[in-house]
Design a protein. Structure first.
Lengths: 461, 102
C-alpha cells in the first residue's frame, strides 16, 4: 500500500493503546491521525504511572519514535464530541479506532461514599500527576490514618505516595502542588483493605514487593489472614495461580517483621466495605468481615456477620477504573466498555462499519502498559482483514484540517508538543526534577505556541 | 534490575512475550529469545504471557538460574529485535507437555 492508496485511519486517544494501534497501522502502510483532547500525549503514562516509577515512563520514547513516522500526525487539543463529531470522523477516514481508555472510577456503592474525606484513587492519582481536570482538587491529609479500599496496583501507588517522605519524592516528576500538600500530610498509617483473600489480590508481584521496601514504613498484617483455605491453596498450585502464589510468598516474608519505623502499611483481607460514617466528613470506615466460598477461581466474599471499624479521615476508593461512553458509539454501561468482536465495534450484534476499539475501553481496565500492545495488534489485524482489497475512499487528514479550521480549532501537532515537553523539562531541571508539568491547558497552549510565527504548520502527507 | 528469559524458552520459542513488550526489548536467535537489560523497563507484562513460564524478574531467580542474567545481557544486543509473534519451534508443544504446562 503506498501513495494515494494508503488507508486513512483516525485513532482517538494518545495513551499506550492508541500509540500501539498507530504503530501497527503505520507498519501496514496506513496514514494515521491521532486525536487527543489535551495538548499533551501519552494518556495514563503521563497521568497514571506513579512519579516514582520513572523507568516505566521511558515507553514515551517509543511513542515519540512512532510519532516521528512520516505518515503520522498528532492532533492534540482536539476533543471528539467538542471539536469534531464521530460521524464526521467516520466520513473523513476509512476507519476510526477508539482508544480513549477508562477515565472514571467505579463506585463502592455504600452509604457515606460521598462524604468529604472520601475520594477515588483516580482523582488523587490524576491530581498528583497534574491532570488539568484535577489540578484544583484538594485532599485533606491532616488525619493520621488513611484507608485505601482495593488491592490493585493503583491502591499500592497511592499507598506509596502517601507514605514516602517528601524528600524521596522531590526528585520525581510529581507536581509541585502535590508535593506541597504531601509535605503537610500527617498520615502515618495506611490501611490497604481488600474484599477477598491474599490469593485473590489484583496487585502485581512487583508492586507488592515495593511496599516491603519503603524506607519509612513497616508492613503489618495479621497472621490469620495468611492461613489459606484448601480452595485458595489449590488456586496457588494451578498454573493460572503462578502470580498469586508469588504474591502470597512475598506476603509471608512480611510476617512477623518488627515495628521499627514511624509509618506503617496495614494489609487487611476479607473485609468488604459496608459504610463510611461521620458527622460532616469521614470519621470511620465500616467493613463486613467475610469468608470465601465457592470453587477455585470463582470464590466470592460472604459476610460472616462480624463488623470491623477503622478510624480514618481519608478514604481512597480504588476498586477499578470505568470507561465513559462516547456520543454516537455503542457502549455497555455494565462493563464500562465498548462492545466488540476482536476489536470491531458491535452495535446491537452487528458490526459498526469502520469503527474499531482498542485498550481499556475495549477490554476493560486491566493489564499493564504492554498488554495494550497485544490488544491493539488484534484490533489492527481485524481492521486490515476487513479492508481486504477495497481501495481507500476517504479524504483523510485534509478533511479533518478543513473542518477544524472552520471551527477555529487550532490543533497541537507533535512539534508543538515537543515545545511543551522542552519547557516542562527545563522547569523541572531548575528543581532537580525530570520535569515540572504544566497543569493548566492554557499554560500548555502558551508553551506549545510560544513564538507562534515560527511554529511550523502541521505536516502534510 | 531487569527481567530475563530462562531455560524453558529453549526448544519452545513461543514468542507471545514480544506482543506485550512495550519497549521492544526482546531479541532472538533460532533457538530462543533474550531480553536486553538496557531496554527492559521491568513492567512484567511478559511474565504471564509466556506459555512455559520462561521469563522471570531477576529478583526471583534461583541460584542455578542466575547465569541467565549474563547470557541475556551478552546475547540480546548482538541479535535482531523480535517485535512480532512468530510460529513456535516445531518442538514447542512437545516441550510444553514435557514441562507439564499445557
Amino acid at each position: 500500500m503506498a501513495g494515494s492508496a494508503a488507508r486513512k485511519v483516525a485513532v482517538v486517544g494518545s495513551g499506550p493503546s492508541g500509540f500501539y494501534a498507530a504503530e501497527a497501522l503505520l507498519e501496514a502502510g496506513a496514514e494515521v491521525d491521532m486525536l487527543e483532547r489535551l495538548p499533551t500525549p501519552f494518556g495514563l503514562v503521563r497521568f497514571g504511572v506513579a512519579p516514582d516509577h520513572p523507568k516505566l515512563k521511558s515507553v514515551c520514547q517509543n511513542f515519540t519514535q512512532i510519532a516521528g513516522h512520516e505518515r503520522f500526525a498528532f492532533f492534540g487539543n482536539v476533543a471528539l464530541g467538542r471539536d469534531v463529531t464521530i460521524d464526521e470522523l467516520r466520513s473523513f477516514y476509512d476507519a476510526v479506532v477508539i482508544a480513549s481508555g477508562a477515565s472514571t472510577d467505579r463506585k463502592l456503592g455504600v452509604p457515606g461514599e460521598d462524604l468529604p474525606g472520601s475520594w477515588s484513587a483516580t482523582e488523587f492519582v490524576s491530581w498528583y500527576n497534574g491532570h488539568p481536570d484535577f489540578r484544583d482538587r484538594s485532599f485533606d491529609l491532616s488525619c493520621e490514618a488513611a484507608v485505601i479500599v482495593g488491592h490493585g496496583n493503583v491502591a499500592i501507588d497511592v499507598c506509596r505516595i502517601l507514605l514516602k517522605s517528601v524528600d524521596e519524592l522531590r526528585r520525581t516528576d510529581i507536581c509541585a502542588h502535590a508535593l506541597e500538600a504531601l509535605a503537610e500530610s500527617r498520615i502515618r498509617d495506611v490501611h490497604l483493605v481488600g474484599r477477598r483473600g491474599p490469593a485473590q489480590a489484583k496487585w502485581t508481584v512487583k508492586e507488592l514487593r515495593e511496599i516491603g521496601m519503603l524506607a519509612n514504613a513497616d508492613v503489618v498484617l495479621d497472621d490469620s489472614d495468611l492461613a489459606l483455605g484448601e480452595t485458595c491453596e489449590a488456586e496457588l498450585r494451578d498454573p493460572r495461580g503462578v502470580a498469586a502464589a508469588q504474591s502470597v510468598k512475598i506476603l509471608r516474608t512480611f510476617q512477623g517483621r518488627p515495628r521499627e519505623r514511624a509509618r506503617a502499611v496495614h494489609l487487611h483481607f476479607n473485609l468488604s466495605p459496608r459504610a463510611l460514617q461521620g458527622d460532616h466528613c469521614v470519621e470511620r470506615a465500616l467493613f463486613d468481615r467475610c469468608r470465601l466460598s465457592g470453587g477455585a477461581f470463582a470464590q466470592v466474599a460472604q459476610p460472616t456477620g462480624e463488623t470491623v471499624a477503622l478510624e480514618t479521615g481519608a478514604v481512597f476508593r480504588s476498586v477499578g477504573y470505568k470507561g465513559v461512553a462516547t456520543d454516537g458509539v455503542p457502549f455497555d454501561n455494565r462493563s464500562g466498555a465498548i462492545p466488540h468482536e476482536r476489536g470491531r465495534v458491535m452495535d446491537r450484534g452487528e458490526p459498526a462499519p469502520g469503527l474499531y476499539v482498542a485498550g481499556w475501553i475495549k477490554r476493560g481496565p486491566s493489564g499493564v502498559i504492554g498488554v495494550n500492545r497485544a490488544c491493539s495488534l488484534e484490533t489492527v489485524a481485524t481492521m486490515l482483514a476487513d479492508f481486504a482489497d477495497r481501495p481507500s475512499k476517504a479524504p483523510g487528514r485534509a478533511a479533518l484540517r478543513t473542518s477544524l479550521a472552520a471551527r477555529g480549532v487550532r490543533p497541537v501537532d507533535f512539534t508543538s508538543w515537543s515545545r511543551i515537553d522542552a519547557a516542562e523539562v527545563e522547569a523541572g531541571a531548575a528543581q532537580g526534577k525530570p520535569r515540572e508539568k504544566f497543569t493548566a491547558v492554557s499554560e500548555m497552549l502558551a508553551a506549545a505556541f510560544a513564538g507562534a510565527t515560527s511554529v511550523p504548520q502541521p505536516r502534510c502527507a | 534490575m531487569t527481567h530475563v528469559v530462562t531455560k524453558n524458552c529453549q526448544a519452545c520459542r513461543f514468542t507471545d512475550c514480544v506482543t506485550v513488550c512495550p519497549v521492544a526489548c526482546f531479541h532472538g536467535d533460532d533457538e530462543r529469545l533474550y531480553i536486553d537489560p538496557e531496554v527492559c523497563v521491568d513492567c512484567s507484562a511478559c511474565i504471564p504471557a509466556c506459555p512455559v513460564g520462561a521469563i522471570k524478574d531477576e529478583f526471583d531467580l534461583s541460584d542455578d538460574e542466575e547465569q541467565w542474567i549474563r547470557i541475556n545481557a551478552a546475547r540480546a544486543p548482538i541479535l535482531p529485535v523480535v517485535r512480532a509473534k512468530q510460529p513456535p519451534l516445531p518442538t514447542a508443544e512437545a516441550r510444553r507437555s514435557e514441562l507439564g504446562l499445557n
